[in-house]
Design a protein around this ligand. Structure first.
Ligand code: NAD
Length: 316
């Protein structure tokens, strides 16, 4: 009987599929330091981002044949080492893209109508200074007709672009590789529409965008820093639902303070899970604690995809 440890949990539908295929699935969350001993009897482990599967753990568990990552980033797994040792390493890269893209717009709508600040102040001042707050938040803007610059035009970048196009925004796309000339929007009623996107160089994206959203992997240095903020349109909105470290947070704070950046929506941070206090308390920052993929729909897709990859591997 194949035994699987889903150490960071797995969606109920994915678990049921594995059990129906005859596998045993355990979902207890075993602390990292106990894993070398506890994992010895398992054939596979699935993780999200919390559990680390490093060389030492792989060496300690010779029965292990597969490591599954529910989600995209494999920073918590020694992938090359595992593959050298003959283990299969699988992930579910596309399952969360629509959820992350929708979170980008949650931050954008929040920023343009000051919801992040209004939600902080209304409980305190809404009863006594209602009209003052009404005035303070009375200069919102619309997304329709504005330009959104998307840095990294992969799975999530493209999903984000589709929502933007559906809202009547112009999409400026920058990627090291291919940018298609059009994206197909799949609308309600089975209607499909091809809508153009504009491929741009980095410099044009930085200087021309009204909003900028990051969808690149972690790089060895931030792609947005002081030099980039200085060249942006005054009041630009920045959203980062990709990875901490892709924006220079100190430069972002300065740009927020001097007004170059109008607002920032951040799902990811330097030094997670303890982001710096100046970011967490800044009145122009909308915050979420790295929950881009944390929707019921994405978790179900991740569970189902992971289950089918595991079943395929052990049954072939
Ligand atoms: P992807 O691989 O499909 O797309 C990334 C794109 O970035 C690729 O097209 C690549 O060519 C491009 N790219 C890489 N380096 C670049 C550079 N220096 N300049 C311009 N383009 C560059 O990945 P994805 O699935 O779209 O994920 C994007 C990011 O979102 C990743 O960092 C991923 O870890 C993150 N993510 C975050 C959450 C969350 O919870 N917030 C959830 C899932 C993924």
């Amino acid at each position: 009987m194949i035994k699987i440890l889903a150490n960071d949990g797995i969606d109920a539908v994915g678990k049921r599929l594995l059990e129906e295929a005859g596998f045993t699935v355990e979902t207890q969350n075993i602390p990292q330091e106990q894993l070398p001993e506890a994992l010895k009897n398992f054939d596979a482990i699935t993780v999200r981002s919390a559990t680390k599967v490093r060389k030492e753990l792989i060496d300690a568990c010779p029965n292990l044949r597969l490591i599954g990552r529910g989600g995209v980033g494999m920073d918590n797994i020694d992938v090359d080492y595992a593959r050298e040792k003959g283990l299969a390493v699988v992930n579910t890269p596309a399952a969360s893209s629509p959820s992350v893209a929708e979170l980008v717009f949650a931050h954008l709508f929040t920023g343009i109508r000051f919801l992040h600040d209004s939600n902080r102040k209304m409980p305190v001042e809404g009863g006594t200074k209602f009209n003052a707050l009404k005035k303070a938040y009375g200069s919102g803007i619309e997304l329709k007709g504005k330009k959104i610059g998307i840095i990294g035009f992969g799975r999530i970048g493209r999903e984000t672009a589709k929502i933007a196009l559906g809202l009547g925004m112009e999409v400026l796309a920058y990627d090291l590789y291919d940018v298609p000339a059009t994206l197909q929007l799949n609308l309600a009623g089975g209607v499909n529409v091809d809508v153009p996107v504009t491929k741009v160089e980095f410099n044009e994206l930085i200087t021309e965008s009204d909003f900028i959203s990051l969808h690149i992997p972690f790089l060895d240095k931030p792609i947005l820093g002081k030099h980039e903020f200085e060249r942006m349109k005054s009041g630009v909105g920045i959203v980062n639902c990709s990875r901490g470290g892709t924006i220079d947070e100190q430069a972002l704070l300065e740009a927020l303070d001097n007004g170059t950046v109008g607002f920032a929506g951040l799902d990811v941070f330097d030094n997670e899970p303890t982001p710096r206090q100046e970011i967490l308390t800044h009145s122009k920052v909308s915050l979420t604690p790295h929950i881009g993929a944390a929707t019921n729909e994405a978790q179900e897709r991740i569970g189902v995809e992971l289950a089918s990859l595991i079943i395929d591997f052990f049954k072939k």
